[in-house]
Design a protein around this ligand. Structure first.
Ligand SMILES: NCc1[nH]cc(CCC(=O)O)c1CC(=O)O
Length: 311
């Protein structure tokens, strides 16, 4: 029997989502009469080692994936499970995306200390996020809020909500849903108010491009509509040359009606939220649509806004 070694970070979220992927793959193996066993290998990434520094200051894209990709290239692992939004735009030579499975809820959510919603937060309330994208959009909606940086894994951020005097924090709903902590969510932020990060809620299953056995199995795990939506969002991000640490958001979904099938919305904001540029376009080709939307926002001044965030 073949053993597929699966690499993962060791945060609660990474372990949970990797475990869920392995369960799905075991089920697929059973359905298709494929004989394979799975083994988990935990890998510490640079992003895990420097949890005390604001990520946008650390710079460098792919902080959470590089070591894991090296393990794939070295043959130490056969498959890696990443959060799509942590993936850099280009993969190293020799590695491919084997599958993008069905997406979880892409929205951001608010977790308040006492369960109240965004509109009920007092004037000047202290809200924790270290995402420039979340800060920009939240400040745009509520300029009075005091945004402060908070880092760490989901569990430590939830702890800091209590211990560091925050009135609320912002997190991706997907992570909380996956770990089973959806009860902590006080409110879901509608995409009109806070457009999610590119790829948020989606997973990226990566493997070597020559690993036929794993590729064959992963081909049965693909969710094409998610892959197309994410491709449009990533094309948009790629044109704007942004990692996850710039105030850029995008979300695409597919429509079932006749006519253009992908609806893509993108935003670029200033870190203080005073300016937020947003546009929605439809099309059939995800790469082209992402580029077109990026061009439309560049024409409105997106490049200048992004330069502000780099400072
Ligand atoms: N930036 C870290 C990160 N990467 C992926 C998720 C979980 C959500 C997802 O899978 O998109 C999170 C936590 C968060 O943003 O709250």
């Amino acid at each position: 029997m073949r053993t597929i070694v699966v690499g993962t970070r060791q945060s609660a979220l990474a372990l949970t989502q990797t475990g869920q992927v392995i369960d799905h793959l075991r089920e697929l193996c059973k359905q298709h009469g494929i004989e394979a066993g799975f083994e988990l290998k935990k890998i510490v990434t640079k992003g895990d080692r420097i949890l005390d520094v604001t990520l946008s200051k650390v710079g460098g894209k792919g902080l959470f994936v590089k070591e894991i990709e090296q393990a794939l290239l070295d043959g130490e692992i056969d498959l890696a499970v990443h959060s799509m939004k942590d993936m850099p735009f280009e993969l190293p030579e020799g590695l491919v995306v084997g599958a993008v499975p069905l997406r979880e809820d892409p929205r951001d959510c608010l977790i308040t200390r006492d369960g109240r919603g965004l509109d009920d937060l007092p004037q000047g309330a202290k809200v924790g996020t270290s995402s420039l994208r979340r800060a920009s959009q939240l400040q745009h909606y509520r300029p009075d809020l005091q945004i402060e940086s908070i880092r760490g894994n989901i569990d430590s951020r939830l702890r800091k909500l209590e211990t560091e005097g925050f009135d609320a924090i912002l997190l991706a709903a997907a992570g909380l849903h996956r770990i089973g902590w959806q009860d902590r969510i006080s409110a879901y932020l509608p995409p009109e108010l806070c457009l999610p990060a590119v790829g948020q809620g989606a997973l990226c299953i990566e493997c070597r491009g020559d690993n036929e056995f794993v590729l064959d199995l992963l081909s049965k795990y693909k969710h094409e509509p998610t892959a197309v939506a994410v491709a449009a969002e990533r094309s948009f991000l790629g044109r704007l040359n942004g990692g996850c640490q710039v105030p850029i958001g995008a979300h695409a979904h597919l429509t079932k009606e006749s006519g253009p099938s992908i609806v893509l919305t993108g935003m670029v904001g200033s870190p203080d939220g005073k300016q937020v540029l947003k546009e929605t376009m439809t099309g059939n080709n995800p790469q082209q649509l992402g580029l077109q939307l990026a061009e439309a926002l560049i024409a409105k001044g997106a490049a200048e806004l992004l330069a502000l965030a780099e400072e």
